[in-house]
Structure formats: structure tokens, C-alpha cells
Design a binder for this molecule. Structure first.
Ligand SMILES: *Cc1c(COP(=O)(O)O)cnc(C)c1O
Length: 443
């Protein structure tokens, strides 16, 4: 038998001394992190506490979180209401299978989700992560057409610079370059890509912008199941904010050519762009809508694919009559309880002023970045701010400089971007903005 190498924490302690080095060293040697090398990883910081909008590192330093843990922690960490809701549910039951069973937290959640969703949406599929909800949405669209006797309608059309998750179907509709499609040649489904929308949010719409997508749909609609798009803001693929008119045209093209519209609201949903859902900027109701990220206020992983009655009927008509998908942790009660408490806070309505104030302040306080030689562009919509540099950012170096200024941001490619918790105070946001202005000036 192969001898297992035993590393106990005492060994590590003896080798490396202080406790903080133990965890970081072990992590560096054995734990994968998102989007970094396993063998030569970017630096990693150990968090020992998170409260409100502040993270505490193991060495005692505190930083303001400008990322809301990737769009999710909209009301801040350690929120008393969400804590209480999760604890209360924990004392009832933490989990139960969703096959043939329902429960109050799931019913409450789906009721609230449908109340919040654009009118016409009536069925909720609970999934355990954003990527899975995208898989579910795409699968629904394909099954919908198969059940209408049109199995050849199984491809997706989308735009470049998009991001829809890291599982294989989701990856097939991510930007081919950012998503490194060349690595998975022959494995990923070949989808149809139009150029990304060029008309910026708040600028006049130009007819030419929609033409490439229109032509693609005209030419291929007989084989297209759905158009999938992030409404109004393309997020992880570049923080690109585009004209609502473009999304309106997407809806019209889908209606005209019998193509379903999937809006991926996973990043934009729950107030982030200044509307509850970004598709409201264009007054568009999708056929299927994916939500996730902020759904549980950053407490637990939960997402949903929400569809109209027509889609649900279409998917379940004829053979096989059922939708073949059922995650083990579907509708997890703890996650639903967190989501219910989170949405109850949202439903009080303070987010409207909070997001508007953050937008206003970021527009003013990030503007000086425009004067820096190294900056290509500054963009703000709702509680999303992005500074695009002309050259790729040295993440490790920039992060270190930000942390010295008491700020946590995680740049990506050429982008230094922020999507703070909605409760971030004016002073704390100023500290984040000042840090961004300073580091993009090379300070
Ligand atoms: C984050 C994200 C996803 C993937 O969600 P996960 O929970 O990370 O799987 C999908 N689509 C969009 C628009 C996202 O921002």
C-alpha cells in the first residue's frame, strides 16, 4: 500500500513559525483558488472576521470591502436579520430533499421572487449556483423546442464579452477569448457570437449596433433555441454598460424569429444597476431569467432559473413530460432562509437611495481617473464602477497598494472595478475611490 504523507498542523507550525504563515503556506501548497495557478498562485490573504463592510485579516489589518464578495454581500457581512433567519432555520432542519417534498422557506422564497420578477414570469427552478441556473435555462430552452417538434433548434446565440459561468454549457456562451474556448476546442458546443453591443448606456442608440446580431438570427433562427445575454451590463467579461434600446431590439428579434430570450441577471439582479432587475431599464420580460449572486445576501450559494408559464408548458408537453434536472441540494432550506431575510431587507426599499447615492458619488469621485495617462476609460452605473486601464494590471502589486490604503478590491485583466455593499457609508466609499484614484495614477 502507498504510504500516505501525513502533514499535521504542528509540523507546519514547527517548520514555519507563526500561525498566520501556517495557513497561508498550507493554502499555497494544497488549495486551488479561482482563476490562479495552483503551482504559482497569486498572493492570498487570510480573513478572520467580516462585519458590515469590513474584512479583518489574520494580521489584524482591516480593509473596506469594495467587491461585496463578487456582487453578493449587498447588505454587508454578519447582518443580524440574516444571521437570525439562518439560525432559526438551522434549529428546525438544515436540509431535506426537494424530490416530492416542499417547505416554508422555499415557498416563501419563490413567492417573493415571482413578486419581484417582471410580470409574466410564473415558474421558479431553484439551483445551487449561478452556473447551474444557466445550465438549467439553456436546457429548458433546448427541451422547449424539442417538445415543439423542433429538435434542430438547439444552439445558442449570444454576444461577445459575455460571462455566464464556468460549467461547460455556460462556458460555451462566454466570450470565446476570455473564456479560452481554444483550450476546449471540440468539447464546447459551438454557439453563435455577434459582436458585443457598442452603444453605451446613456448614449443615443445607433441602428448599426444591432445589425450583426440581427443578421445572425435571420440566417440561423431555424437552429437557434435561445439568445442568452446579460441585460444592460456585461459584467465579469468587461463591465460594459450598453443601451437599453439594444436589449429591446433583442426582445423584438426573438419574438420575430421564434427564439427564446434568456436574461442572465446573476450579477445585475436585486438592485445593482439601480433597478430591481436590469431588464427593467428596457422594460423587457425575458422568457427565462437567471438570478444568483446577491440572492442570499452573500450567505450561501443559491440561484434560480425563472420562466414564464408558456415555457413551463412547452417544456412539459408531450414526451418525456418532465424536466430532467434535480440538484441534490435543490431548494436548500438554510439558503432559502438566508434569501428570504435578504429579500425582506431589500423589500424595505432603502436600496433605491443607497444605490443612487453610490452611483452619484462614484461618478464624481472616480472622475479624476480620466486624467491619468494609464487609464483608458471610467464607467459607472448603479452601484458598479469600473476603471479600465490601457494595459493589463499586475494584480498582486496593485492589491498590495490598495490594502495599504485599507481597501479590498480584486482587479481582473485591465479592469479595476468595484461593486460595494449597498450599505457602504459615504466616507468609506470615498476611501475606496481615493485609493482607486491614487493607484491608477501609479501611486
Ligand atoms: C457569476 C456569474 C455567473 C456564475 O455564477 P456562479 O454562482 O459563480 O456559478 C453566471 N452569470 C453571470 C452574469 C455571473 O455574473
Amino acid at each position: 500500500m502507498r504510504q500516505r504523507k501525513v502533514v499535521n498542523s504542528d509540523d507546519i507550525k514547527n517548520l514555519t513559525g507563526e500561525h498566520i504563515l501556517n495557513n497561508i503556506e498550507f493554502d499555497k501548497r494544497h488549495i486551488w483558488h479561482p482563476y490562479t495557478s495552483a503551482t504559482h498562485p497569486l498572493p492570498c490573504y487570510e480573513v478572520v472576521g467580516a462585519n458590515g463592510c469590513e474584512l479583518t485579516f489574520a494580521d489584524g489589518r482591516k480593509v473596506i470591502d469594495g467587491m461585496a464578495s463578487w456582487w453578493s454581500t449587498i447588505h454587508g457581512y454578519n447582518h443580524p436579520d440574516i444571521n437570525a433567519a439562518v439560525s432559526a432555520q438551522l434549529n428546525k432542519f438544515a436540509h431535506v430533499m426537494f424530490g416530492g417534498i416542499t417547505h416554508q422557506p422555499a415557498v416563501d422564497l419563490c413567492r417573493t421572487l415571482l413578486d419581484l420578477s417582471p410580470s409574466g414570469m410564473s415558474r421558479v427552478f431553484l439551483a445551487d449556483s449561478g452556473s447551474v441556473s444557466v445550465e438549467v435555462a439553456m436546457k429548458m430552452a433546448i427541451q422547449y423546442w424539442a417538445c415543439q417538434g423542433q429538435p434542430q433548434k438547439h444552439r445558442m446565440v449570444t454576444v461577445r464579452d459575455g460571462y455566464h459561468g464556468d460549467t461547460f454549457a455556460a462556458m460555451s456562451v462566454c466570450d470565446p477569448v476570455n473564456g479560452m474556448h481554444s483550450l476546449f476546442e471540440g468539447v464546447l458546443a459551438k454557439q453563435l457570437f455577434a459582436p458585443s453591443p457598442q452603444c453605451r448606456f446613456g448614449h443615443p442608440f445607433v441602428e448599426d449596433d444591432i445589425l450583426p446580431l440581427q443578421e445572425l438570427i435571420e440566417r440561423h433562427h431555424h437552429e437557434i433555441a435561445a439568445l442568452i445575454i446579460e441585460p444592460i451590463v456585461q459584467n465579469t467579461g468587461g463591465i460594459r454598460m450598453y443601451s437599453p434600446e439594444y436589449l429591446k431590439r433583442c426582445r423584438q428579434l426573438c419574438d420575430q424569429y421564434d427564439v427564446l430570450l434568456i436574461c442572465d441577471e446573476i450579477a445585475t439582479g436585486f438592485g445593482r444597476t439601480g433597478k430591481m432587475f436590469a431588464c427593467e431599464h428596457a422594460d423587457v420580460t425575458p422568457d427565462i431569467m437567471c438570478v444568483g449572486k446577491a440572492l442570499t445576501g452573500g450567505y450561501l450559494s443559491l440561484a434560480a432559473a425563472i420562466c414564464t408559464e408558456d415555457i413551463a408548458n412547452g417544456v412539459c408537453q408531450g414526451e418525456p413530460g418532465v424536466f430532467m434536472h434535480g440538484p441534490t441540494f435543490m431548494g436548500n432550506p438554510l439558503a432559502c432562509a438566508a434569501a428570504n431575510a435578504n429579500l425582506a431587507i431589500l423589500n424595505k426599499g432603502n436600496w433605491v437611495q443607497q444605490v443612487a447615492r453610490i452611483e452619484q458619488q462614484m461618478k464624481i469621485e472616480l472622475a479624476p481617473c480620466n486624467n491619468h495617462e494609464a487609464v483608458a476609460d471610467v464607467r459607472v452605473l448603479g452601484a458598479i464602477g469600473a476603471v479600465e486601464m490601457k494595459a493589463p494590471i499586475n494584480v498582486a502589486r496593485l492589491q498590495e497598494r490598495l490594502i495599504k490604503r485599507g481597501v479590498w478590491l480584486r482587479p481582473f485583466g485591465k479592469l479595476l472595478y468595484m461593486m460595494p455593499p449597498y450599505i457602504l457609508s459615504e466616507d468609506a466609499l470615498s476611501q475606496v475611490a481615493e485609493a482607486v484614484v491614487a493607484v491608477t495614477a501609479g501611486e
